[in-house]
Design a protein around this ligand. Structure first.
Ligand code: PLP
Ligand code: COI
Length: 352
């Protein structure tokens, strides 16, 4: 892999005030697809791309991305990533759904390690921070016909991040969306493609104006069953059982979701992947059986939900406090990610 080192290193931000996705490191990895094959990847100074105005991703959104994190131990300087193979495997599934070429997962993890080692001074070590990794693939043909492109650009950029929600670990307020839908069955809901996020913006914007952080999407057909939130999968603790919507095809198969399920199952705790109707949640709340609700995601980690608005009515959950299962999972998952606990699942991949 060709590596070009920048001569203009940026001034690093204050790692205690990072927010999410605002700063980018000095280098990026770029790999182009042409003549039916991926070309040699390159590490280059972070810079703008120049694109023809007719570039098809700019018109038809043939683009996919991923999100994963790397962590550095402040004392030893040892760097790790969390489940990177699973992210690139999911990216390949997204690629197939969007008629894009797949990548070689093992090689990509190795190239990513090289990029991270080069940028290791950018990995924050303050509690709750990490290096967020954003692999992306876009169609780059300069043409206006609606058909799969022949040329693609794959790139990885890196961003030192703090917590995804401005409120940090404080419970969030989420609004169940009755009007707009995110993804019908047969659509692109289980792919991590750009259009899913564009389509979610209006509902999110309306929810923000009403004082809610995010919307909780319902199934597109009956608008009855809960699916997921904009950047996280959802869990509800009902009468001691941890329930999460089943992966029916319209929901992103979250890697954090899978990690939560594996942690709970390994301990023999009752968990269910099932259809969960909003009515079941409202009834459980009325009967005092809705113990906790939380979201899971790479950016959001484990995020408690303190208020859920269902059909225009605010339901307070666990007194707007982080519940015991939510805080247990937050501690266990981040403990494995930051190396405080042993990784018995084989999720941690060493970088250096
Ligand atoms: N759902 C959506 C729509 C997302 O964008 C994300 C974030 O990637 C998730 C769920 C959580 O997935 P993961 O745990 O793999 O980050
Ligand atoms: C992630 O958790 O990686 C996400 O994709 C969330 C995001 C869209 C910022």
């Amino acid at each position: 892999m060709k590596i070009t080192i920048t001569e203009n290193k940026k001034v690093k931000p204050d790692f205690s005030k990072l927010g999410f996705g605002k700063y980018f490191t000095d280098h990026m990895l770029v790999m182009d697809y042409k003549d039916g094959a991926w070309q040699e990847p390159e590490i280059l100074p972070y810079s703008s791309f120049s694109l023809d105005p007719s570039t098809c991703v700019l018109h038809y959104g043939q683009g996919i991305f991923e999100g994963l994190k790397a962590y550095k131990d402040a004392k030893t300087g040892k760097i790790t990533m969390f489940r990177p193979y699973d992210n690139f495997k999911r990216m390949n599934r997204s690629a197939e759904r969007l008629c894009m070429p797949t990548i070689d997962v093992d090689s990509m993890v190795e190239w990513l390690k090289e990029l991270i080692i080069l940028e290791q001074d950018w990995i924050p070590t303050e509690p709750g921070t990490a290096l967020y990794i954003r692999p992306t693939m876009v169609a780059t043909d300069a043409m206006l016909g609606v058909h799969p492109a022949h040329n693609y650009r794959f790139f990885i950029i890196l961003s030192p991040v703090g917590s995804y929600y401005a409120s940090g670990l404080k419970p969030t307020k989420i609004m169940v969306e009755d009007n707009f839908v995110r993804a019908p069955l047969g659509g692109t809901g289980e792919a991590k493609c750009m259009g899913n996020y564009a389509a979610s913006l209006l509902a999110g914007d309306i929810a923000n104006k009403l004082g809610y952080e995010q919307v909780l999407w319902l199934d597109a057909k009956e608008k009855k069953y809960v699916e997921e939130v904009g950047a996280m999968n959802m869990f509800f603790v009902i009468d001691g059982v941890v329930k999460t919507p089943a992966l029916v095809g319209s929901i992103l198969p979250g890697i954090t979701r899978d990690s939560v399920l594996q942690i709970l199952r390994a301990e023999g705790r009752p968990v269910e992947e099932c259809r969960i109707s909003v009515d079941e949640i409202a009834t459980a709340r009325a009967e005092g059986k809705l113990d906790e609700a939380f979201g899971s995601g790479t950016a959001a980690v484990i995020s408690p939900v303190g208020v859920l608005r269902i059909h225009g009515e605010d339901m307070l959950i666990n007194n707007f406090e982080m519940g015991p299962i939510t805080s247990y999972l937050y501690d266990k998952l981040t403990g494995i990610q930051y190396g405080r606990y042993e990784d018995t699942f084989g999720w941690i991949v060493k970088v250096n």
